[in-house]
Design a protein around this ligand. Structure first.
Ligand code: OGA
Ligand code: ZN
Ligand code: ZN
Length: 383
C-alpha cells in the first residue's frame, strides 16, 4: 500500500491514500520491529523486552520506497527495522473508532428483529461453512437457533465440543433443567424466569449459553429473549444518570450448588475503558443485598426499575414457544433469556444446557478471516 511519510520530532507521520494520517512514534516502531531477533520467527511472539527500549530512541536514518520504510536505530550495535505499508496501515496508531458496543453487534428490538437467525442442525453440525454462519449470527445478534437437533441425551455437550470446548461451571457439564422438587435454583422449578443472564455470580460469566430443548411439551414455558446492549443504550438515551449508576455500582450475585459457592460483584452494565458496553449481568433471582452507602440506595433502585422496565417491555422482548428439538444459543454477556411459568403436569419439559466461551465463537471467525486473507497480522482487533 503506497504512502507518504515525513519525520516530525520523534515520530514518523504517514499519510495514506484514503487521506488519513497516522503518527508512529519511534518507540512504538522500535517495539514492533518485525525482524527475527525481535519477534520469534515461528511463534510470532515478542523476544524484545519492551521495557528495555531507550525512551528517547531515535532513528539515524529513515529511508523508504512508495510502500515500505526502513529505520536505522541509534542504539548500541545498531539495528534496522523494516515495515511494509500494509502492515503499518493495519496496525495503525489511530485511536479506535468511537462507539458504544462492539462494532459487529447488530442491535435489535422486538420490532427490528424480524426473525431469530435459524439454522438446521445438519447445516451447522455437519458443515464448516454452516458452523461459521452460526458463529456470525451469534456475533451479530447475540442469538441463534438450531432446529431439528437430535433429542438425545448429551447432544448439547457434543455440539459445544464441535464449536470448541465446554466452559464448565458449578453446574454439571451437562446440566439438566426440569421441574425438580429439590431444586437448588429457580430454573429447576416451574416458576416464571424473568429475562436474565446466567452465572452473573462469576467474575467471568460464560459467554455463550446453549439451551437444548429435548422436550418442551408442557403448557406454558414460552422462551423470552431481549438484547441487553440495546436496552442499556435505550437507558443511556432516556436516563443518562440511571445508566451511569448501573455502570458504576457494584452488585453482588451468588449461586451455590454441591460443586461450589460462587460470589462475584460487578456493575450490571460493565463498560470497558473505551466506554463500550462489554458485559451485562442481570439476574433478579441471584442478586445479593446491595452493599452501598444508604444515601445511594434509592437512586440505584430507581435506575434498576427503569432498566428492568426496558428489558421486560413488549417493544424489546421477543416471546415464542420453543419447539422440542431446538437449541437456542445466546451471547450471555449481551442477550438475556427467560421463560414463562409452565404447568409440569401438562406434559414433558426437559432441557439440557452447556456453556461456551464467546471467545471461541470469535476465534472461529478470526481463523476463517486469516485463512481467507492469508496474512496473520491483518486480523481485525476490535469487533
Ligand atoms: C436456565 C433458563 C430457561 C427455560 O436454565 O438458565 O433460563 O426455558 N432456562 O427453562
Ligand atoms: Zn528487530
Ligand atoms: Zn437462565
Amino acid at each position: 500500500m503506497d504512502f507518504e511519510y515525513r519525520q516530525q520530532g520523534s515520530s514518523i507521520l504517514i499519510s495514506w491514500p484514503d487521506g488519513q494520517t497516522n503518527n508512529y512514534p519511534f518507540i512504538w516502531l522500535r517495539d514492533n520491529c518485525q525482524c527475527p531477533a525481535c519477534f520469534h520467527p515461528s511463534t510470532h511472539e515478542r523476544l524484545l523486552f519492551t521495557a528495555d527500549i531507550d525512551p528517547d530512541i531515535t532513528a539515524l536514518s529513515v529511508t523508504g520506497g512508495a510502500d515500505e520504510i526502513t529505520l536505522h536505530w541509534d542504539e548500541a550495535g545498531g539495528h534496522e527495522s523494516h515495515f511494509t505499508g500494509e502492515w503499518l496501515y493495519h496496525n495503525s496508531t489511530a485511536a479506535p473508532k468511537g462507539g458504544t458496543v462492539r462494532e459487529s453487534a447488530v442491535l435489535w428490538t422486538a420490532e427490528s428483529l424480524h426473525e431469530i437467525p435459524t439454522f438446521d442442525y445438519m447445516e451447522v453440525a455437519g458443515d464448516e461453512a454452516g458452523m461459521l454462519r452460526w458463529c456470525a449470527a451469534l456475533r451479530a445478534f447475540g442469538i441463534a437457533r438450531i432446529r431439528d437437533v437430535p433429542r438425545a441425551d448429551g447432544t448439547v455437550v457434543a455440539f459445544a465440543e464441535q464449536v470448541g470446548y465446554v466452559h464448565d461451571t458449578i453446574y454439571d457439564r451437562l446440566h439438566n433443567v426440569y421441574s425438580d422438587p429439590n431444586a437448588y435454583n429457580l430454573a429447576s422449578t416451574s416458576e416464571e424466569l424473568k429475562p436474565h443472564t446466567d452465572m452473573p455470580n462469576y467474575f467471568s460469566p460464560p459467554g455463550v449459553q446453549l439451551l437444548h430443548f429435548i422436550d418442551n411439551e408442557a403448557e406454558g414455558g414460552e422462551t423470552t429473549l431481549v438484547d441487553g446492549y440495546a436496552c442499556a443504550l435505550q437507558l443511556k438515551e432516556e436516563d443518562p444518570a440511571a445508566y451511569e449508576i448501573l455502570a458504576s455500582t457494584d452488585v453482588g450475585f451468588r449461586l451455590a450448588s454441591s460443586k461450589g459457592d460462587i460470589i462475584g460483584q460487578s456493575p450490571l452494565i460493565e463498560l470497558n475503558n473505551r466506554g463500550f458496553i462489554s458485559t451485562i449481568r442481570y439476574s433478579n433471582q441471584l442478586m445479593l443485598p446491595l452493599l452501598i452507602p444508604g444515601e445511594e440506595v434509592k437512586g440505584f433502585y430507581d435506575a434498576y426499575r427503569t432498566f428492568s422496565r426496558l428489558l421486560n417491555s413488549a417493544d424489546n422482548l421477543v416471546k415464542f414457544k420453543t419447539r422440542s428439538g431446538d437449541m437456542i444459543a445466546t451471547h450471555n454477556h449481551r442477550v438475556l433469556h427467560g421463560r414463562a411459568e409452565f404447568k409440569p403436569a401438562s406434559g414433558a419439559r426437559h432441557l439440557q444446557l452447556a456453556y461456551l466461551d464467546f471467545d471461541l465463537v470469535m476465534s472461529r471467525l478470526r481463523q476463517q478471516q486469516v485463512a481467507e486473507i492469508g496474512a496473520d497480522w491483518s486480523v481485525e482487533r476490535f469487533y
